[in-house]
Design a protein around this ligand. Sequence first.
Ligand SMILES: [Zn+2]
Length: 420
Amino acid sequence: MATLRPGSIHDPALECLSEEAWRAHLGAQLSATVARAWKAAPRARRTLEQAGLVPADVVGLEALARIPITRKDSLPAMQAEEPPFGGLATLEPGALARLFMSPGPIYDPQGHDGDFWRFRHAMAAAGYVRGDVVLNSGSYHLTPLGFMLDAGARALGCAVIPGGTGQTELQLRAASHLKATAYTGTPSFLFQLLTRARETGTLLSLEVAFVIAEMLPESLRADIEAFGVRCRQGYGTADLGCLAYECAALGGWHLHPDTLVEVLDLETGQPAAPGQPGELVATIFDEAYPLLRFATGDIGALAPAGRCACGRVAPKLAGLVGRVGDAVKVKGMFVRGGQVEAVLKRFPETGRFRAVVTRDQHLDQLTYEIEVDRPGEAALADTLGAALREELKVRGEVRLLARGALPEGSKKMDDRRVWK
Ligand SMILES: [Zn+2]
């Protein structure tokens, strides 16, 4: 097999500092961010005040543990109470660059920094270089992923084809005609494109991929790289942007050098030792959206300590192992049992349900098994499918069952995927 294109270090002055200098950098950023939030984000200020903190108390990383945690799960309620951003943004809506709505619903602001969500470091590590033509199949529709990846690629001097989701044939044609050299989006869609190109004899020029928003099992990475496309992944959230990314050495994802990511034990709330699972809690240093100790609901573990062969200083996440609560990620979107329930409540003819997630040919499959009065009604299945898709932004198949058909005590979200 031909050699794959290598990755690079975008900002050695930040990514390859000494550990001491890096921690000093994070400490200084934390202090500045707390001061900004205090001044312009009313809820952030109240939260600090309730903890007995003023900005002068937060000098360096030592004060971090005294800052209260803000939970992602609480955002919808906070935003309803103090619209639109829950008192956590520093700018009025009209002074921002973009405003997004993710399922939840959760509103997310974008400030004016060129690479607001800091994806450029991750994409350079994946192998992106100036002059790449990038097919971006992250969604540009209401949710921020498409714009996040777009901004990172453009900050590196790449040109972007804003593919968005779906329309596989059109995206394939665009990537072929425009000679896309790089891809970003979910790994399953990339695999679909590569497979389709082979089936149809379509010439693709892809050399490198940065994938996100979905699990990347090693079997899928190998299948993608067998097409000659180097594939690296990152981790981020709609609220926080990029939090971690893979380097050439693999074996985990470096924490983003310009964010403060903690892995906190689920019971004690104290930093979890390497190898021990904990909730990922991040502080970002954005001007417009200075989130302090924001708990993602994602559970991960740090890799064993020690400097990586690539030269980067930031520790690595060994991987993600699940979610706090009932949310399951399907086709790159979070699906919560509670959201499914809320939709089905609008239809009195429905009863208990189970959302089953499986995986076939590297693609997630979502099936809603729903108990109804008359399971033979095909029109009802279509109506429910459309209502669920509109709310959850993910397509799923609806199977209508007779009342009482689901086993007692079955889970609302039944994730049966096996990752190899
Ligand atoms: Zn590394």
